[in-house]
Design a protein around this ligand. Structure first.
Ligand code: CP
Ligand code: NVA
Length: 308
């Protein structure tokens, strides 16, 4: 199939291509569970994993995924590269593509990732989270919803919290898949206006609403999704945000307002238990949070299978 070279934004990929990745993720997951291993389709291939922010899930799941396909990985931190300070992104891209077969990067500035993608013309660049987007997380989330709900069509997905990289990536997904997205945030914490504009350009029928009242937002929700109130890099603002976001906590009372018995609750993790989500909810019967974390491995292995 013909597809973009890089996985930097869900918006760059068509519905058909994204669906194929999700189907591959699910079929590889089944094969791995029944056979105990997968064909070594990426034997000899090396994935450079660049991290300028901390990570548990992204680092471990990408490194395990490439090994499960017979390849290997390199873990590179900001100290080594100094992307944009020690060396320009275009030079880093041109050098790395002489050594490795793919780049996965987690960093602050989204433009650094798009610059790597433009300049590494021979190998794929995968976005492992920027301040703007976290597309691999949403692919794992879509897989998780598909597995629990039997598909995505007609669902109401309600994101409650900060209009951050997760909310932005959900807007891109809503442009590509037939569900309704409601993002519920306090005034002033809306998702990125440019991302929303881009999503509306891709899909003029985008089913999206912004809401400030959590109880109104979650009515009829099939999925409630939340994330931290202060993202990586916003730690200094955490105390102020804790006060502003308090009414947006996903707790048992909010869950009781969906009017549905089968609403599932999701969180990309790491969670700040007692802030954006309570212990009762994250550990409760509606939570699919750890299936979601597992699916990072399966969704990203599918992305590597297609791109590398
Ligand atoms: N959800 C997620 O990306 O987790 P990490 O920050 O631990 O990679
Ligand atoms: N919004 C969070 C997501 C972490 C996976 C952050 O950027 O820190």
């Amino acid at each position: 199939m013909s597809h973009p070279k890089d996985f930097i934004s869900i918006a760059d990929w068509s519905t058909e291509e994204l669906t194929k990745i999700l189907e591959l993720a699910m079929s590889q997951k089944r094969a791995l569970k029944s056979e105990g291993k997968l064909p070594a389709s990426k034997a000899g291939k090396v994935l450079a994993c660049i991290f300028h922010k901390p990570s548990l899930r992204t680092r471990v799941s990408f490194e395990v995924a490439i090994r499960q396909l017979g390849g290997s990985s390199l873990y590179i931190t900001e100290r080594e590269i100094g992307l944009g300070s020690r060396e320009a992104p275009q030079d880093v891209a041109r050098v790395l593509e002489r050594y490795v077969h793919g780049i996965m990067i987690r960093t602050f500035d989204h433009e650094h990732v798009t610059a790597l993608g433009r300049n590494a013309t021979r190998i794929p660049v995968i976005n492992g989270l920027t301040d703007l987007l976290h597309p691999c997380q949403v692919m794992a989330d879509l897989q998780t919803i598909w597995e629990h709900k039997g598909g995505l069509e007609g669902l109401k997905i309600v994101y409650v919290g900060d209009g951050n990289n997760m909310a932005n990536s959900w807007i891109n997904a809503a442009a590509r898949f037939p569900f309704t997205l409601v993002v519920c945030n306090p005034g002033g914490f809306e998702p990125d206006a440019g991302v929303l504009e881009g999503a509306r350009r891709i899909n003029p029928d985008l089913r999206y609403a912004n809401e400030t009242d959590p109880a109104a937002a979650v009515a009829g929700a099939d999925v409630i999704y939340t994330d931290v109130w202060a993202s990586m890099g916003q730690e200094d603002d955490a105390a102020r945000r804790r006060e502003i976001f308090r009414p947006y906590q996903v707790n048992q009372s909010l869950l009781g307002k969906t009017g549905k018995k089968d609403t599932i609750v999701m969180h990309c993790l790491p969670a700040h238990r007692g802030d954006e989500i309570t212990d009762e909810v994250i550990d409760g019967p509606r939570s699919v949070v750890f299936d979601e974390a597992e699916n990072r491995l399966h969704a990203q292995r599918a992305i590597l299978s297609v791109l590398m």
